[in-house]
Design a protein around this ligand. Sequence first.
Ligand SMILES: O=C(CO)[C@@H](O)[C@H](O)COP(=O)(O)O
Ligand SMILES: [Co+2]
Length: 219
Amino acid sequence: MSNTLIAPSVLAADFANLQRDIEMINNSDADWFHIDVMDGVFVPNISFGMPVIKAIAKHAKKPLDVHLMIVDPDRYIKTFAELGSNVLTVHYEACPHLHRTLQAIKAEGMQAGVALNPHTNVSLLEDTIQDIDLVCLMSVNPGFGGQSYIENTYNKVAQLKAMIKAKGASTRIEIDGGVTNKNAKQLVDAGADVLVAGSYVFGSENPTETVKGLKELVK
Ligand SMILES: O=C(CO)[C@@H](O)[C@H](O)COP(=O)(O)O
Ligand SMILES: [Co+2]
């Protein structure tokens, strides 16, 4: 029996009813809040910033899994720690000094995550995997919710899992983008530990039941 974590993406919530949707996550079988921060430079979209995250953090009763899709994330590590982030994930493609960035995240008491775009090979993490708490494999091109899952992600999960095992690391694998009941089980069988789901959860008629269904599926 696996203990796969489910992390609904707040990006797909109804911002006019944000507190309601936060309470949905609090009261559901979900494990984490997934929070997508986009700067309009690293990705062609802008999501939300500090005031909104502060408001989410005030009501959230589960860990905050913050996914930074921004250039130069080092500038904001301290701020995200102060906001109450538990996992802080930066993009491999945005970090020329990845090892230093990971140390800076941990020095602030957070778990350090690294996200890989669909075109970025997992082998590039061979020299840092022991320093990474979570690898977020993007199963869509980052920037938008509601896109279709990229099938090659299954191969990447398996390759990454083998690397983690070979290196004796305890890194978690998170999948982000296009996750539904159609691919969740196969992703977990391939080695995924955390599933992010945005539109599949919030676009459904009963988000609480949808989270419950996902959790059951990957038990
Ligand atoms: O980081 C991102 C997109 O860039 C994701 O976290 C999405 O928010 C997931 O949304 P769905 O693909 O599940 O709708
Ligand atoms: Co994300």
